[in-house]
Design a protein around this ligand. Structure first.
Ligand code: HEC
Length: 173
């Protein structure tokens, strides 16, 4: 009989200890142990980055500089239209633009047939040649209407090279 009582006491003590343990196991009582490095504020792949701070200027040059009223200032072309720049621009044009705007820039690339509602612009037309380099640069950066944007595919320098290249395209006779 004594043995039975002693056993009951041991089991009671063990049960209380186990119950107390379960309170922590199932987070009834939660302790924030700092045990995992991955539990911290961080950005995952493909998660939107933080917006740039107001009035900051990209290190690669002013792609988006705003005036006091919040309008985008059209940037000046900082890249001289020399042989290197035009040769680089031609390469990027072949890869990124030719399929829509065509090898001569007249807007008759092989993909143009599939663009039913809005055809690619003729890059040798006054619509384009009358625009400042900076306006074309902003079109490449941000897109325009049905024209896709290239801010992710072409660096700032690459976009200026493409602008310098499309200046060399001659209208068909
Ligand atoms: C998927 C096809 C496509 C590709 C690729 C493409 N464009 Fe365009 N682009 C268009 C279309 C369509 C328009 C007409 C947009 C509109 O009027 O809505 C256009 C318009 C333009 C314009 C005139 C914008 C204006 O002021 O109206 C320029 C300049 C231009 N593209 C340059 C380029 C350059 C340079 C590239 C390569 C870096 C390029 N495009 C790649 C389809 C394309």
């Amino acid at each position: 009989m004594r043995l039975f009582k002693q056993l009951a006491v041991v089991f009671a003590v063990l049960a209380v200890a186990a119950m107390a343990g379960l309170l922590f196991t199932f987070d009834v009582i939660k302790i924030n142990w700092n045990s995992f490095m991955e539990i911290q504020p961080s950005f995952r792949a493909a998660e939107s980055p933080l917006p740039v701070p107001a009035r900051s200027v990209p290190v690669e040059g002013p792609a988006y500089v705003f005036d006091q009223a919040g309008n985008v200032i059209v940037p000046d072309n900082p890249v001289k239209a020399d042989e290197t720049s035009i040769a680089r621009g031609a390469i990027f044009y072949d890869i990124n633009c030719k399929m829509c705007h065509g090898p001569e820039g007249n807007g008759k690339g092989p993909l143009a047939a599939f663009l039913v509602e809005v055809k690619p612009a003729d890059l040798t037309s006054a619509l384009v040649t009358n625009q400042a380099d900076g306006e074309l640069f902003l079109t490449l950066t941000n897109g325009k209407g049905m024209m896709p944007y290239f801010v992710e595919n072409l660096s700032v320098r690459d976009r200026w090279d493409v602008v310098n290249f499309i200046r060399t395209l001659e209208p068909a006779q």
